[in-house]
Design a protein around this ligand. Structure first.
Ligand code: PLP
Length: 456
């Protein structure tokens, strides 16, 4: 190693507090260290020159792929012209106005306005406040509880961590429990009652939601929060009929639907939004990741006309909403968003997510569907998962301590493909850039099969 490389390794160990990384192991130099220096298309390149096919698109966010000069150039031009001005008191830039217009043009028909943030977590925090604000304006201060789902992931903030239904994000933090409740995940493969048909399981999810609403009191429940397809909780598309059944319950009790489309927004499911894919009519939508394909941090809360009308009335009567971020609608990030959404259109990436995504999932199914340690191959659009089981026939699951997913992901990385071991430990996740080609999909499929065969 060069002196510079040695210095960087030491500084990384001694000064960099990494997210989702075992702190002690890292400080002792025991975690894998990899400096990423470049990327093009679906590949990243590390400081040793090794190329890897990134089959998780960073953290399912690099939708257009790496190395897009159109986005880099748009950001540079904006930074040269005006790197920053705030959006308070009606200030805007051409980029932020254009981007808000482009988002509303692509969003479900009932959407009206975008409030910009920087991360999926802060956009969900904004949406929580909007839900509470909405009910306060309407004179319903009791209607504040929010129901999300076990296995849902909505961020790592204080309230968004509470919304998240994965235990590891709650452990050791004493996050506020109230006013958040969790209901069933629509996870048919892991159903507790094997006799249930998919339709019965779906009906039970809706019934249990309704039971919870009635137990708590409909007048206390403000919103239901959900990803159209469960992401970090295991990449689990809902069973057929799930969304219509859930929405019927919400409408019955005047409960808002907040669609967290941080992963599913901007083409991931083969439609521009997951809400369109499943015929959902959300009142608020959370977006981030694919909005800029992660070339710059940017998120948004998309507000429906129904909510917007109430906010306008509230602002007229009560004064402006006391909520704002310094970097809301940051011009350089907005310029990245405009260039990114243009590229998604110009390259036909939503269509490619549908066709090449289906090709990838079918290939994984053909290669692994009968493997004794593969329980389920599933997904939607350019999103796929392979769930590993200790024994397929007896439905025996792995103990998370065996770290089966991480071991296979490591074996895949050695073979040049990055998949994500999802947090529960026995699910491999795939969310490649939407520009994936069938030949690149073939590489993912063969490397996954080889790594599973070599590891188990
Ligand atoms: N919501 C969903 C569905 C996510 O998958 C994520 C991140 O993975 C978030 C919210 C949080 O986004 P961020 O990490 O940008 O705060």
């Amino acid at each position: 190693m060069t002196d510079r490389a040695n210095d960087l390794t030491a500084w990384d160990r001694d000064h960099f507090f990494h997210p989702s990384t075992p702190a002690g192991q890292h400080a002792r130099g025991d975690t894998p260290r990899r400096q990423i220096v470049g990327g093009d298309g679906v590949h990243i390149i590390d400081s040793t020159g090794k190329r890897s096919l990134d089959a998780f698109g960073g953290l399912y966010c690099v939708n257009v792929g790496y190395g897009r000069t159109e986005i880099a150039d748009a950001m540079a031009a904006q930074a040269h012209a005006l790197a920053y001005y705030h959006a308070y008191a009606g200030h805007s830039t051409e980029a932020s106005i254009t981007l808000s217009r482009m988002i509303i043009e692509r969003a479900p028909a009932n959407m009206s306005r975008v409030y910009f943030g920087l991360s999926g977590s802060d956009a969900n925090e904004t949406n929580i406040k909007l839900v509470w604000y909405y009910n306060n304006i309407l004179g319903r201060p009791e209607k504040k509880k929010i129901i999300s789902r076990w296995r849902g992931y909505h961020g790592s903030g204080v309230m968004t961590g509470s919304l998240t239904g994965l235990q590891v994000f709650h452990d050791h933090f004493d996050l506020p429990r109230a006013p958040i409740l969790h209901t069933d995940a629509p996870y048919y493969f892991r159903r507790d009652d094997l006799d249930l048909t998919e339709a019965q399981f779906t009906a039970r999810c809706a019934q249990r939601l309704e039971d919870m609403i009635l137990t708590e009191g409909p007048d206390t429940i403000a919103a239901f929060w959900a990803e159209p397809v469960l992401g970090t909780g295991g990449i689990v598309p809902p069973p057929a009929g799930y969304w219509p059944a859930i929405q019927a319950v919400l409408v019955k009790y005047d409960i808002l639907l907040v669609a967290d489309e941080v992963v599913t927004g901007f083409g991931r499911l083969g439609t521009m939004f997951g809400s369109d894919h499943y015929g959902m009519t959300p009142d608020l939508i959370t977006i981030a990741k694919g909005l800029t394909s992660a070339y710059a941090p940017l998120s948004g809360s998309i507000v429906s006309d129904k909510i917007w009308q109430v906010i306008v009335d509230g602002a007229d009567r009560m004064g402006p909403m006391g909520h704002g971020w310094t970097y809301s609608a940051h011009p350089v990030c907005a310029a990245a968003g405009v260039a990114n959404l243009k590229l998604i259109d110009d390259l036909g990436l939503v269509e490619n997510a549908r066709t090449t995504g289906a090709y990838l999932r079918q290939g994984l199914q053909d290669a692994l569907g009968t493997h004794p340690n593969v329980g389920d191959v599933r997904g939607e659009g350019m999103l796929a998962a392979v769930e590993l089981v200790a024994d397929r026939d007896s439905r025996r699951f792995y103990d998370p301590a065996q770290k089966i997913g991480p071991r296979i992901a490591t074996a895949m990385l050695e073979r040049g493909v990055i998949a994500r071991a999802m947090p529960q430990g026995d699910i491999l996740g795939f969310a490649p850039p939407l520009c994936l080609t069938p030949a690149e999909a073939d590489t993912i499929i063969s490397v996954t099969r080889d790594a599973i065969t070599a590891t188990l």
